[in-house]
Design a protein around this ligand. Structure first.
Ligand code: BG6
Length: 475
């Protein structure tokens, strides 16, 4: 069977706030992710229901130290290189570059840090894949503008892009504009820095913010192509096929509607216009979005080059309001699927669902796809040397790589690469925990922040090294 194409981009993925730490180092400003605590208040804050715009003594904030990639990046990238990474997905911390978001000039120390990280990658022939914003808004812009509910955010985002594209035009080719852009519908503070007051028209605010991000993404693409026509710009979707709970036509229709909730964003970013179903849905739901006359043309002229997405689990939905046994621990509401096993956090494991998702996205957009997140969050038990026998993780990844291979070889999907999430253990976005680990590399740190931060290779390290080395033939 034909295997992975030559030049397939094997690698791993991280995000600034979940690994860098050093949250105020070298002039960095405070960002939304820095004020989202671990513990019971995390979800209300991520939802934008509990307002927290600064840090206090009563809470613990996982981003502040994270795994201190800021001071360990050389050691970490050397380990990625040892596994044979062709690419490394990472994100820019906006407030390292513009500490307040609207500063007249960028912070040189922040720019220098990413120069150093990119140079370190390039030294090993690792291609950086850079997310411009991964759950990250300067607090100052939340306080002064209400974040993405304001159109003014677009200008600040454009300035960030202009600076990044100019500075790194010879070091970075692959850029993603917004991580999991559809997340703003589900975790609005986490996804877009949105806060709500009593009486707010929440849906209109969310879709207004979405419009601003979609415009910002299109304008970023425009700036990118002016600065370096070889840049490749991608969107990024939190994906996962939604199944119907039964073969009742109502359930099938509900599943389609749920899919469209996410596809909406990518339809705009990839096809360049609002789909009719979204316009009608907004009209029917009384959602009001202010658009300017020039917006339609900007969206149309600046579509993405490729579609990237995260895939952890499939979803299951029912049209029957009495069927409401949703699984716990999921950001995306889903019924429990009796055919699937789940992770310790209730994320339902479905490799064939990945093949289905790849096919659905490729059928819809006919643009190259890139899986930029996938993996199993699990509790690891290291021995005294920090070695973890994580066969459960290997099993999960093997099954998903096989599903990718089938999508390429049997279905003809055009897949550019694969960057499993948290290639080195890092802070969990949904729970703020360290114990929910994804990595090939173990980091000695616990939920309370104790540990030496020492890095050690898990069993999956060697396994993934062989996968890359054989271009996906040795699984
Ligand atoms: C995605 C995010 O939603 O899933 C990542 O882009 C996140 O930031 C990942 O870490 C896994 O989720 P979690 O909650 O297990 O960390």
């Amino acid at each position: 069977m034909k295997q992975f194409p030559e030049g397939f981009l094997w690698g791993g993925a991280t995000a600034a706030n979940q690994c860098e730490g050093a949250y105020l180092a070298d002039g960095k400003g405070l960002s939304t992710v820095d004020v989202i605590p671990a513990g019971k208040d995390r979800f209300p804050v991520m939802l934008g229901e509990l307002k927290m715009l600064s840090c206090d003594e009563a809470h613990q904030y996982p981003s502040h130290e994270a795994i201190d990639f800021y001071h360990h990046y050389k050691e970490d990238i050397a380990l990625f290189a040892e596994m044979g990474f062709k690419t490394f997905r990472m994100s820019i911390s906006w407030t390292r570059i513009f500490p307040n978001g609207d500063d007249p000039t960028p912070n040189e120390a922040g720019l220098k840090f990413y120069d150093d990280v990119f140079d370190e990658c390039l030294k090993y022939g690792i291609e950086p894949l850079v997310t411009i914003t991964h759950f990250d808004v300067p607090i100052h812009l939340v306080e002064t503008l209400g974040s993405w509910r304001s159109r003014e955010m677009i200008v600040h985002y454009e300035r960030l892009c202009e600076v990044l594209f100019e500075r790194y035009k010879n070091k970075v080719t692959y850029w993603l504009t917004f991580n999991e852009i559809n997340m703003l519908l589900h975790l609005p503070f986490m996804g877009a820095g949105l806060l709500f007051e009593e009486g707010d028209d929440v849906l209109s605010i969310k879709y207004q913010a979405a419009h601003h991000q979609l415009m910002a993404s299109a304008l970023a693409t425009k700036i990118a192509k002016r600065i370096n026509p070889n840049f490749k710009i991608g969107c990024m979707l939190a994906a996962g096929v939604t199944y119907a709970n039964t073969c009742a036509p109502e359930d099938a229709f509900k599943a389609m509607t749920k899919e469209r909730e996410s596809y909406f964003f990518i339809d705009v970013q990839s096809r360049g216009e609002y789909p009719n179903y979204a316009l009608k849905m907004m009209e029917n739901e009384g959602i009001h979005v202010q658009m300017e006359p020039e917006d339609a043309q900007i969206l149309k002229e600046n579509t993405v080059d490729f579609i990237s997405f995260s895939y952890y689990a499939s979803r299951l939905t029912s049209a029957d309001p009495k069927v409401n046994a949703t699984t716990e621990g999921n950001v995306f509401a889903s019924l429990k699927n009796p055919y699937l096993k789940a992770s310790e956090w209730g994320w339902q494991i479905d490799p064939l669902g990945l093949r289905t998702t790849l096919n659905m996205l490729y059928d819809r957009y006919q643009k190259p796809l890139f899986i930029v997140e996938n993996g199993l969050g699990a509790v690891d038990m290291p021995d005294e040397n920090g070695y973890v026998e994580d066969d459960y993780r290997i099993d999960y990844l093997r099954a998903h790589v096989q599903a990718m291979r089938d999508a390429i070889a049997l279905d003809g999907v055009d897949l550019m690469g694969y960057t499993p999430w948290g290639c080195i253990d890092l802070v969990s976005a949904s729970t703020g925990e360290m114990k929910k680990r994804y990595g090939f590399i173990y980091v000695d740190k616990d939920n309370e922040g104790n540990g030496t931060l020492k890095r050690s290779k898990k069993k999956s390290f060697e396994w993934y090294k062989n996968v890359i080395n054989s271009n996906g033939t040795t699984l």
